[in-house]
Design a protein. Structure first.
Length: 486
């Protein structure tokens, strides 16, 4: 075992290229010391999850070397359960976290579930749990291993306030090394010692000491310094060019002076730095509403929920009627049945609820299962349009940073954040009369969230929203709230 303060993992000029010509990492260098807690940040699609897979030895670097301290155990909590894991029982899932059979697995499972604030029958199928509960199981699956290096990929997605509080407390007290990918600045700043920033433009890693706000200050100061240096160089270059042109016209020995000055100009031009480009934010957008909407759009008289104490399905009365320009917030703890209710509304299988005939429904699922992972981005966006118009589709896609090569990629190879942007682009092109949104901020870069909130706030159709992010909900006009936990 390495001594405290020694490196747990070290990247030595690591490069990784996806396919033939899609660079993710270029000559990346960083060192992660034992016992530190580091945030990995970067724009959607920058390659953060890819970096985790390289550390886990699931991907081989194209160039360079990854050095893991001898004897280091590593565990990673993924963003979503696999189809195979959803078929397992809770006990089978946790047994799969170990190479050898663990005979006292049940008390260990209970200890791990306690950390993520979840009570679960060990014989229950993973697929029977809600998205939020599965997120907690993913976390517990990594935590039960008590690894030397814990990798968490968007761990707050699908977690309610209680779940985030439990996770935060655990990470603050965790004595070992941890690296976290998240877009939740408040969550990150509660425990992080430093930030690794993966620049989507240069494909290089930048290492900062301090929290996310420290990173922002350092980046702003650096940009200011680079701009100031470039301005001084540009002025000097222009002065030398004017002088060189003057001397060149004099002829004779003056031409030698002019050539020497042009060589100096070339050297100064090489000194001009490529100023760091900030992550791009999606453009402000509007979700057009289905034309000629009149009367009731959605009515909910009764609904079924999972009583968390009795662990059984119960019926609950409601008196909800949504018309044009009315927004409903659906609240309640993980596992009570919010996602199930939304899905039953869309599928028209909710016995006590009705969406009026002819209403176009825009459904944003937190697991993106409404998207065909085998289709390209272009096909996915064109498919949703009633009247196919490639020019309009590309204009909308560009606003969501879906440009050039991205349009030809299959949905399945996109990052989770990029899938989210595709889902929002589809809503714009659909022009729905009813929006049903299940945790629409999951996986989305924090820069995009205010833009999305503004679009939803201005949406003029009916809307049902589920979100555990109070700061996001606070930016959206909510006309009614239905709390399933009350």
């Amino acid at each position: 075992m390495s001594s405290p303060g020694a490196s747990v993992v070290r990247f030595e000029d690591v490069s990784y290229t996806y396919g033939h010509n899609y660079p993710i990492l270029k000559e990346s260098v960083f060192s992660l010391k034992r016992g530190t807690k580091v945030t990995l940040m970067g724009q959607n699609g920058a390659g953060k999850s890819t970096l985790f897979k390289i550390i886990m030895n699931e991907l081989e670097p194209t160039e360079g070397k990854v050095v893991i301290a001898p004897g280091t155990t590593i565990a990673m909590a993924n963003q979503a359960m696999t189809a195979e894991d959803r078929e397992k029982t809770v006990r089978e899932y946790f047994e799969g976290m170990f190479a050898e059979k663990i005979y006292d697995i049940d008390p260990r499972i209970d200890d791990a579930l306690e950390i993520v604030n979840l009570h679960a029958d060990h014989d229950a199928k993973i697929g029977s749990f809600s998205g939020g509960q599965q997120a907690r199981l993913l976390l517990a699956g990594a935590l039960i291993q008590k690894p030397d290096l814990l990798l968490l990929d968007e761990p707050t997605n699908n977690l309610d306030t209680s779940g985030i509080e439990h996770l935060t407390s655990f990470l603050q007290e965790y004595p070992k090394t941890c690296m976290v990918i998240s877009h939740d600045a408040e969550f990150l700043n509660s425990f992080t010692d430093g930030v690794l920033y993966l620049d989507v433009h240069t494909q290089k890693l930048e290492q900062y000491v301090g929290d996310y706000f420290t990173l922002l200050k350092e980046i702003s100061a650096r940009i200011e310094r680079e701009n100031r240096k470039n301005a001084q160089l540009q002025k000097k270059i222009q002065d030398n060019k004017d002088k060189a042109n003057f001397f060149a016209q004099k002829g004779g020995k003056m031409r030698v002076v002019a050539k020497k000055m042009r060589d100096e100009i070339d050297e100064m031009e090489e000194e001009i730095v490529d100023v760091r480009r900030e992550d791009k934010t999606i453009r402000p957008f509007t979700i057009p509403v289905q034309p000629e909407l009149v009367g009731d759009i959605l009515t909910i008289n009764t609904l079924t929920i999972m009583d968390p104490k009795k662990r059984k399905v119960v019926e609950k009365n409601a008196a909800i009627t949504l018309r044009k320009k009315q927004h409903l917030l659906l609240a309640g703890p993980n596992g009570i049945g919010k996602s199930t209710l939304l899905e039953s509304l869309v599928n028209k299988t909710a016995p006590g609820a009705k969406i009026e005939r002819g209403i176009r429904v825009g459904y944003y699922r937190q697991d993106f299962s409404t998207l065909d992972f085998n289709k390209t981005v272009m096909e996915t966006l064109l498919d949703i349009m009633e009247k196919k118009n490639e020019e309009k589709m590309r204009a909308v896609a560009a606003g969501f940073l879906l440009l050039g090569p991205a349009m030809g990629k299959k949905i399945g190879v996109l990052s989770e954040g990029q899938k989210g942007l595709v889902a929002f682009a589809r809503l714009v092109l659909l022009e729905p009369g009813l929006l049903i949104l299940d945790e629409p901020t999951n996986h989305i870069n924090f820069r995009h969230i205010p833009v999305i909130a503004k679009a939803l706030d201005a949406y003029e159709g009916a809307m049902v929203l589920v979100s555990h992010v109070p700061e996001f909900v606070a930016q959206i006009r909510i006309d009614e709230k239905l709390d399933l936990g009350v």
